[in-house]
Design a binder for this molecule. Structure first.
Ligand code: MN
Length: 493
């Protein structure tokens, strides 16, 4: 099937504020229905909205970080439609003068040659308020919960730059990571604070012409996995439909389809309203917002290092591979900060990366801990790494010491003293252990001489015997040296 998949995402993100976009009720998730409402979010007559400045600043911070162009003058509009979860019969949104336009999101897929299309361009980022939620009971009754009505939402719309379901998923994951680094949203898809719709159609070449299929907007994408699955399903469905009816983009309306997670299919919903159906007009109850250069400059200073910048710094400054840099950055800012501090304190960047990835993160995951409350802080880990580097401990001893540090919360020094962990580098001791191991394993020596077995496996076995004889305390590099010297003597004789 020789066609191009064209995908654009429309993402709604709940901003982390204490109160709603235009009123003072709270925004906590999971409270009993209709306990976070007030006359404004209930849409009662005579109420007036007041803009949440914090929400506007978080939105500005996001747009600045995404390299969007910030409008110096922006206003609010009413998007009119009737639905039971929208008591005012309109949503306050932004239409022709959004607070930002353009922008771009770095696409990590491009970095590993994963078929990405470079940066994903953004069309716009605007602010609006959320609606309530309908709960359909089994008896056929529906109830409405307006806790969510009026919660600040950022709508981020990409250009149709994405070229595969995996590309779309990667873009959404990078967006979530970026928003979390910015601290503007918790981006919990299960709690609805990150919601994604996807527009998709196909460009199909045939007989020197290109046919574009009608655009479909897919709703109800509640997880990263469903984003990828739904788009893959829909691309295939559109191709089969085109083979069947040959309809192209100018012969059919845009269609809205919902993703059915259980059946693994998209189903038709309503025909999509066009902008004219919403009868947008300026919101008369809110003043426009004027954003001056000083404000933008202040916001710019609040934008820290973003995931893309951090990956690059870990590669260039610390010499990590793209893979390692990505693993550390993708775990979130807390983990990246932890590694950063440990790396700076030891100067052993690659070692620090290995210890954080293999040892620290493993325990964090196994014990369901948070890196922020991990019993061994970055400085304590750096101290342990330095001791290994200086030859006080070998790596296995280091692992044992770390395990005890995690359990006891004590320093490496204290654990080493109490447990008698000192690496044995004394050549005479190691030589004695090597000779004993060789004497005790004549079969291994025969195998080496006869060249029957894999020599590396035999050498590894002998090294293991020497380590065992020293209680695991020997310097593995010295063991290797001494053993090799001894073996070449024997093999040459
Ligand atoms: Mn919207």
């Amino acid at each position: 099937m020789d066609y191009t998949i064209v995908i654009g995402l429309e993402v709604h993100v709940q901003l982390t504020t204490e109160s709603k976009m235009f009123s003072s009720s709270g925004t906590k998730f999971g409270l009993p229905p209709n306990t976070q409402t007030d006359p404004v979010s209930l849409g009662l007559p005579g109420t007036l909205p007041v803009m949440n400045r914090k929400a506007f600043e978080l939105a500005l911070k996001t747009a600045v970080a995404l390299r969007a162009e910030i409008s110096t003058f922006t206003k609010w509009d009413r998007k009119n439609y009737y639905y039971p979860d929208l008591p005012k019969n309109y949503q306050i949104s932004q239409y022709d003068l959004p607070f930002s336009r353009g922008g771009r999101l770095e696409n990590p897929a491009r970095r590993d040659g994963g078929g990405g299309s470079g940066d994903v361009r953004l069309i716009r980022v605007h602010l609006e308020e959320d609606t309530g939620k309908l709960i359909h009971a089994s008896g056929g009754d529906s109830e409405v919960d307006l806790n969510r009505a009026g919660i600040p939402l950022l709508e981020i719309v990409t250009e149709p730059d994405l070229r595969s379901p995996a590309d779309a998923k990667a873009c959404l994951e990078e967006l979530r990571l970026t928003l979390r680094y910015l601290g503007v949203s918790d981006c919990e898809m299960q709690e609805g604070s990150l919601r994604c719709d996807a527009n998709i159609n196909l460009h199909i070449p045939k007989d020197g012409k290109k046919y574009a299929t009608p655009i479909v907007e897919i709703k109800n994408l509640n997880s990263f996995r469903s984003v990828e699955r739904a788009l893959a399903y829909e691309a295939d469905r559109q191709y089969r439909k085109w083979l069947d009816d040959g309809l192209t983009i100018d012969q059919a309306h845009k269609e809205t389809r919902g993703w059915d997670e259980d059946l693994g299919i998209t189903k038709p919903q309503r025909t999509k309203e066009t902008a004219a159906d919403y009868r947008y007009f300026p919101e008369p109850d809110l003043v426009p917002v004027v954003v001056d250069e000083a404000w933008i400059a202040r916001i710019k200073q609040s934008v820290g290092e973003l995931p893309g910048e951090r990956r690059r710094r870990f590669e260039t400054e610390y010499g990590l591979s793209a893979y390692d840099a990505n693993v550390l950055v993708e775990q979130g800012q807390d983990v990246a900060d932890y590694f950063d501090e440990a790396a700076k304190k030891t100067g052993e960047y690659k070692l620090a990366s290995n210890w954080v990835q293999q040892d620290v993160l493993r325990v964090v995951k196994e014990r369901k801990l948070e890196i922020a409350t991990f019993p061994v802080g970055p400085a304590a880990l750096a101290d342990l790494i330095n001791r290994i580097k200086r030859g006080e401990l070998n790596t296995n001893q280091g692992r044992e010491v770390l395990a005890k540090m995690i359990d006891s919360g004590e320093s490496a020094e204290a654990v080493i003293e109490a447990g008698g962990y000192r690496m044995v580098s004394d050549v005479a001791t190691i030589q004695a252990a090597v000779e004993a191991a060789i004497a005790a394993n004549p079969k291994a020596i025969e195998d080496l001489k006869g060249g029957k077995k894999k020599p590396d496996a035999v050498r590894g076995f002998l090294r293991g015997q020497v380590m065992k004889a020293t209680g695991g305390k020997a310097d593995p590099a010295k063991v290797g040296e001494v053993l090799e010297a001894k073996l070449s003597e024997i093999l040459a004789s």
